[in-house]
Design a protein around this ligand. Structure first.
Ligand SMILES: CC(C)(COP(=O)(O)OP(=O)(O)OC[C@H]1O[C@@H](n2cnc3c(N)ncnc32)[C@H](O)[C@@H]1OP(=O)(O)O)[C@@H](O)C(=O)NCCC(=O)NCCS
Length: 167
């Protein structure tokens, strides 16, 4: 499927996030977590965001600026998987504020991730999307992503988390 990038030309700018974006970025992360029903702890997520902004070996964050306002962001981190011959990119977060959707910005962000990975010899990009989020699945399929016949499993191994849930 061909995707249009119309009407975004003059107004938007996609750039790497800077430390000075922290407060605005954390608000966007909170909005995305709300959207995807992910528990948001400002202290925990804020600390992780700070570490990611200051350590490029973990990954990169891009933001979309629209006339000076941040209206979206994307987080790409790195994973090492023999299946993909080494490093793969993980898009852990992608969010465009509601008013700015369907203008081609999400596709531009994903093209940014793709170019970045290609330049570094990374051969695959992986991501997770919730089963009920059909619109976003359409979006990713339009970009060429395919669903794998696998189940995502995860285990929270924080000692305090285990203690809380074992009671
Ligand atoms: C998913 C998301 C990032 C897409 O961003 P966007 O800027 O709206 O997407 P684009 O405008 O680049 O869409 C490109 C193409 O994808 C498809 N698409 C995008 N959103 C769609 C929707 N809601 N329904 C159907 N198709 C859609 C269309 O083919 C679209 O092209 P078109 O507008 O010319 O028809 C955005 O909707 C969003 O932030 N959603 C909430 C958060 C979310 O789900 N994040 C992903 C978590 S895994």
């Amino acid at each position: 499927m061909k995707i249009r990038f119309a009407s975004t030309k003059a107004a938007h700018k996609i750039r790497l996030a800077k430390f000075s974006d922290f407060d605005r970025l954390l608000r966007l992360v909170a909005a995305y977590y709300r959207f995807d029903s992910i528990a948001f702890d400002e202290r925990v997520t804020g600390r992780a965001l700070r570490r990611l902004l200051s350590n490029k070996s973990f990954g990169r964050i891009w933001v979309i600026e629209w006339e000076g306002t941040l209206v979206g962001y994307m987080v790409l981190t790195f994973n090492y998987d023999l299946e993909y011959g080494g490093l793969e990119g993980l898009v852990t977060d992608l969010f465009v504020a509601r008013r700015f959707r369907r203008k081609g910005l999400g596709a531009l962000m994903m093209a940014t991730a793709r170019n970045f990975c290609r330049r570094r010899g990374i051969s695959a990009i992986e991501l997770q999307v919730t089963r009920h989020n059909r619109a976003t699945q359409v979006f990713y399929r339009a970009l060429g992503f395919k669903a794998l016949d696998r189940i995502v499993m995860s285990l929270d191994i924080r000692p305090d988390f285990f203690a809380l849930n074992a009671k």
